[in-house]
Design a protein around this ligand. Structure first.
Ligand SMILES: *Cc1c(COP(=O)(O)O)cnc(C)c1O
Length: 392
């Protein structure tokens, strides 16, 4: 084992090197065409990603955030409406709800998967809501509960069976935040994004399928929703310059689509490499007997976890461990240091800090390790050895 090894949290140069010529040729083709926005590359990518995700349609948009925004707009979510989501997620999930004038409702997470707890959602719906005037109303706020927005955090799907049952019982739409989960499957082999009305993907460079900038996509098998989102992405125009409703500029450009189409062909190999890295970490940590100090990621039986992140739970001394690893040249990250209900911008929602204990506890305990596909065995062993050294 090398005594010192630099292990960044993510190194995209290793992924780019073998694809360099092919990608540069594709970029050159787009440059030669001088067609930059919503052209043939975007249309082809939409078909390919829809097929990959097990859906009929893909609507390419400017980012994962905009995918969420367009999906909620297409469902007419707005002022007076409330959307139930996970508080333990990237900010965008809650941010888009609030930006539309609707109210985010946070229900707590499952401690093992870090995903939205169906039991917590059920308790909220049964105890804090009532049917009123043909809709489901939040008794405390008077708002109308319209949708569920589960997040497939770290690359593992939320419990879509249980959440789907609640959605149909209470008449709620389901939008999946699959930004971290392209190609993930639940135990019924349904792909992330294919279960709800709309699935929202991000191609931000740090995601498993990353563009050379910002990009995203909505996937759906509902033709009417696909059509509506296609219109909303160009300011609601249909035909051009005729606006029956107000959309935005959520367009995807050809350069990003051309790059993503090439990278998509390698995605399954990258996923397999991430899974192999995760298994190697699991085995090394088990061997090291670190069970009282760390908890390795829980993996749902029968599902496909794509390991956008490999996240440990470190109940004690998480930040100390992180600082120690930084000294040893090992990159880590905390996704996320605050639950959304603890964010200053959401203080108007009135959640007490203790209202969502599992989400708060997760924020205090999680630590993401390097998991990118090109990590060497020596690097994985080095990271595990440093963690063992810290606790010894
Ligand atoms: C990355 C991410 C988003 C936002 O995607 P962008 O492409 O960065 O706008 C939304 N939700 C989750 C869970 C994410 O990880």
């Amino acid at each position: 084992m090398p005594s010192s090894l630099h292990v960044p949290l993510l190194d995209l140069t290793a992924q780019y090197a073998p694809l360099r010529d092919e990608i540069q040729a594709a970029i050159a083709r787009v440059c030669d065409s001088q067609h930059f926005v919503l052209g043939q590359e975007v249309r082809s990518l939409e078909h390919e990603i829809a097929a990959y995700s097990g859906t009929e349609y893909g609507v390419g948009v400017s980012s994962g955030t905009d995918a969420l925004l367009v999906a909620l707009m297409a469902l007419d979510i707005g002022p007076g409406d409330e959307v139930i989501t996970s508080p333990f997620t990237f900010f965008a999930t809650g941010g888009v709800i609030a930006r539309l004038g609707a109210r985010p409702v946070f229900c707590d997470i499952e401690p093992n998967t870090f995903n939205l707890s169906a039991a917590a959602v059920e308790a909220f719906l049964a105890e804090e809501c009532e049917q009123q005037g043909g809709g489901l109303t939040n008794k405390r706020t008077g708002g109308r509960i319209r949708a569920l927005l589960p997040v497939h955090l770290y690359g593992q799907m939320a419990d879509m069976n249980a959440l789907g049952r609640l959605a149909s019982r209470y008449g709620l739409a389901v939008v999946e935040d699959a930004a971290q989960a392209i190609g993930a499957e639940d135990s019924a082999n349904r792909r992330a994004g294919s279960v709800g009305a709309v699935g929202c993907l991000s191609f931000f460079p740090t995601k498993n399928l990353g563009a050379f900038g910002d990009a995203g996509m909505c996937v759906t098998s509902d033709s009417a929703l696909a059509e509506r989102m296609t219109m909303l992405r160009v300011h609601g125009a249909e035909p051009k310059y005729f606006h029956s409703e107000i959309g935005g500029n959520f367009r995807l450009d050809e350069l990003q689509a051309a790059v993503l189409r090439i990278k998509l062909r390698a995605l399954d190999d990258w996923t397999a490499a991430r899974q192999a890295n995760a298994e190697r970490y699991n085995a090394l940590f088990a061997e090291a007997g670190l069970g009282e100090h760390i908890e390795t990621p829980f993996q749902e039986v029968g599902g496909r976890h794509i390991y956008n992140q490999y996240v440990l739970r470190v109940p004690k001394r998480r930040d100390e461990l992180r600082a120690f690893l930084a000294e040893q040249q090992v990159g880590t990250e905390v996704y996320y240091p605050l639950s959304l209900h603890q964010q200053a911008c959401f203080s108007y929602l009135g959640y007490r800090d203790s209202a969502l204990p599992e989400s708060s506890r997760a924020a205090a305990e999680v630590l993401a390790l390097p998991i990118f596909p090109e990590l060497s065995v020596a690097q994985v062993e080095y990271v595990a050895a440093q963690i063992k050294a810290f606790f010894r």
